[in-house]
Design a protein around this ligand. Structure first.
Ligand SMILES: Cc1ncc(COP(=O)(O)O)c(C=O)c1O
Length: 409
């Protein structure tokens, strides 16, 4: 065999052609390049709380290390974490879940991915309302499924309506994804809206519902955020409720997510975990117990701060001619309609023909970075995060106002 043959690196599987790099890491590379060139950047791209993990959570992790909780655990988490999760679910949804009806993973992201691995056959369809969290479609396609993207409208509050859901369901539909509060729009489904969707789903027993509630504690309206399982407990076996500690407790780096659903699905996910990661980090699990069992002081304090920043960012964007922000009901992003700026001409004479053109114009002229709407399946918009200080928000808004003022329309 020639030497060149023995040196050949593994050829990526065909399925790799179905996954794209996450838009947020692409933007992060662009920001790094700008910073390396000595230019100031104001990132409105941040997808995680800027707060530090609460002290009592860190202390619990340190205590766990000292107590020798440093070994493998069951794939579905330690008994202490399972207890903390089931009590949290009971408090929030009124449903009591048995330990074989929950799963624990390295973040909500891993559990959503594994739910698709465990359930999708080639060609199965997953209804994904747009704007959507960037990862859903790629997670579906890499696992052989077909994302069926259903556009929502501003008039419907960027939410899937019963009529649109009914139209999108086929014999091949396996899942519908509901993300409430939504990333990127901040939309929260009301009980009434969930009831309407549940009515449609009752007639289609082959469709399951993946409810991603990772932002549920960061909400500016009714608490708790209504959950599909509370509104339609009869569909409980078909609902996969996903959550985690990342956003509520500023614990993105600890990588703990959890989910509740049928024992069959949770068992399948447990099997996949046992053959891939074995279990989530034992130390992070101890930290997650402290977070879930701790009081609400951290959440209440941070939500108050987020609310102030939200108002600042929404009113700042709203004052810029050509931008139309939607005030989010939850999460820490402002979804902004920028379609009025398409076709405008930059000082260098180029015409803005896409979201990327506009975001490049912002970056070039004021250093402000946003994530483009096309990344979320909804061009003509951008997402701006308010997981940053009020001063940084004011500076970014001033930068955007300057960038927009330079355009000829
Ligand atoms: C809608 C949505 N779901 C899930 C996740 C993943 O969260 P985790 O850190 O628990 O993996 C994110 C993270 O940005 C998200 O925005």
């Amino acid at each position: 065999m020639p030497l060149s043959e023995t040196l050949r690196a593994p050829v990526p599987a065909e399925r790799m052609s179905r996954v794209r790099e996450s838009p947020s890491s692409r933007v992060a590379d662009r920001v790094r390049a700008f910073q390396a060139a000595g230019r100031k950047v104001l990132p409105l791209t941040i997808g995680e709380p800027d707060f530090d993990t609460p002290d009592h959570v860190k202390e619990a992790a340190i205590a766990a290390i000292r107590a020798g909780e440093t070994k493998y655990t069951s794939a579905n988490g330690t008994p202490a974490l399972q207890r903390a999760i089931t009590s949290r679910l009971l408090r929030k949804t009124g449903q009591s879940y048995a330990t074989d009806e929950i799963c624990v993973g390295g973040g909500a992201k891993q559990l959503i991915f594994l739910a698709f691995v465990a359930t999708l056959n080639e060609g199965d369809e997953v209804i994904v309302p747009a704007p959507y969290w960037v990862s859903y479609p790629d997670m579906v396609t890499v696992n052989g499924g077909r994302p069926v993207v259903v556009a929502t409208t501003a008039a419907d509050g960027h939410k899937l309506t019963p009529g649109r859901l009914r139209e999108a369901i086929t014999d091949r539909t396996k899942w519908v994804v509901l993300n409430t509060p939504n990333n990127p729009t901040g939309a929260v489904y009301s009980e009434e809206e969930l009831r309407g969707l549940a009515d449609v789903l009752r007639a289609h027993p082959h469709v399951s519902i993946l409810c991603d509630e990772i932002y549920d504690e960061i909400n500016f309206g009714a608490r708790p955020v209504p959950s599909a399982v509370t509104v339609a407990p009869d569909l409980r076996e078909r609902i996969f409720l996903v959550n985690g500690v990342s956003k509520a407790y500023a614990m993105t780096g600890w990588r703990i997510g959890y989910a509740a659903g049928s024992a069959r699905l949770c068992g399948a996910i447990g099997t996949l975990q046992s053959q891939s990661s074995s279990c989530p980090s034992s130390v992070s699990q101890a930290a997650a117990v402290a977070a879930l069992d701790g009081g609400r002081e951290f959440i209440d304090r941070t939500v108050r701060i987020y609310a102030g920043r939200r108002d600042l960012l929404v009113s700042g964007l709203d004052a810029i001619d050509g931008l139309r922000p939607t005030a989010p009901e939850g999460g820490f992003y402002v979804w902004t309609d920028s379609s009025a700026l398409m076709g405008a001409v930059t000082p260098s004479g180029s015409t803005l023909a896409s979201d990327t053109d506009l975001s490049e114009h912002f970056l070039e002229t004021s250093g402000v970075v946003v994530i483009t709407g096309d990344s979320y399946g909804c061009p003509g918009h951008f997402r701006a995060s308010f997981a940053l200080s009020s001063d940084a928000i004011r500076e970014a808004v001033a930068g955007l106002a300057h960038s927009v003022s330079l355009l000829r329309r």
